[in-house]
Design a protein around this ligand. Structure first.
Ligand SMILES: [Zn+2]
Ligand SMILES: [Zn+2]
Length: 140
């Protein structure tokens, strides 16, 4: 069964078809996506306008269904908060994003409270470089 109805109900919002589609897209894409990418993804359905995508993603962010992710290109992207804590590897050549589940920074957070008496509650880390495919291309 489709989880989107349940999730929308859990945040106390009406389950409109458009909201369901947008949430479904975010869950299916399972990576940071811009509003435009969500719009493109749903363009086949022909039922969600670009403005609706923008507004709905803002609503989802307020309701903590998605979090904002901004890479150095400055484009605002959103990803599902259901994915849990993770980081990203971003290829500077093809733009592909690879999620990494492991977080080694937690130990840094812990040492900071001792060293600086500062309590870290969140951190973001994106690593930039070149993926396997793009490095192959360079050698040619
Ligand atoms: Zn690449
Ligand atoms: Zn982390």
């Amino acid at each position: 069964m489709d989880r989107t109805n349940e999730i929308l109900k859990s945040i106390g919002e009406k389950c409109t078809e458009q909201r369901r589609l947008i949430l479904k897209a975010i869950l299916e894409l399972a990576k940071p996506v811009s509003a435009d990418e969500v719009y493109e993804y749903l363009s086949d359905t022909n039922s969600v306008g670009r403005t609706t995508v923008y507004r709905t993603l803002e609503l989802f962010e307020q309701k903590k269904l998605v979090r904002r992710v901004i890479f150095r290109d400055g484009i605002m992207r959103y990803e599902s908060t259901h994915l849990g804590h993770h980081h990203h590897l971003i290829c500077l050549s093809c733009g592909k994003v690879f999620p990494i589940e492991s977080c080694t920074i937690v130990s840094l957070d812990e040492s900071i409270i001792d060293e600086f008496d500062f309590l870290v509650t969140e951190h973001f880390l994106e690593l930039y470089g070149y993926c396997k495919n793009c490095r192959k291309g360079e050698k040619k």
